[in-house]
Design a protein around this ligand. Structure first.
Ligand SMILES: [Zn+2]
Length: 127
């Protein structure tokens, strides 16, 4: 990939990373400043627990996203950004613009999705 394009994608990825870090910091601040002891009744308390569960899910997703972005930034450093991890061909730039953390080309991504569909277990029970 051209240096100019690398710089462009690096700035997109850095902005994304900053936005996620900011929203995590904001959420953490909200969580630590709200005092559950002060809640008036049990109903509110359980509502808050549900809320915390959802927030931790969002947090997990943010952490995963951050990891993807950091991996993409590392690839730019190594000069391999935009190269498919499976087949080694160049990932379409339009695809990278839509999803700058893509590590697979469209063909390989579709193949991966097929695999997930085929091998997804129907039940969590392994017997
Ligand atoms: Zn590929």
């Amino acid at each position: 990939m051209e240096k100019k394009r690398e710089i462009y994608f690096r700035s997109i990825l850095c902005q994304k990373l900053q936005r996620i870090q900011l929203s995590i910091r904001k959420k953490l601040l909200e969580m630590t400043t709200s005092d559950p002891q002060r809640l008036p009744d049990l109903l509110d308390h359980s509502a808050m627990e549900v809320n915390l569960g959802i927030e931790s899910l969002i947090h997990d997703r943010h952490v995963l996203l951050m990891r993807d972005i950091e991996e993409a930034l590392a690839k730019i450093d190594q000069g391999v950004y935009g190269i498919c991890e499976e087949c080694g061909c160049f990932i379409n730039e339009k695809r990278l613009l839509i999803c700058p953390t893509s590590s697979l080309c469209v063909k390989c991504q579709e193949r991966e999705e097929q695999k997930v569909k085929l091998y997804r277990p129907t039940s969590a029970c392994t017997g």
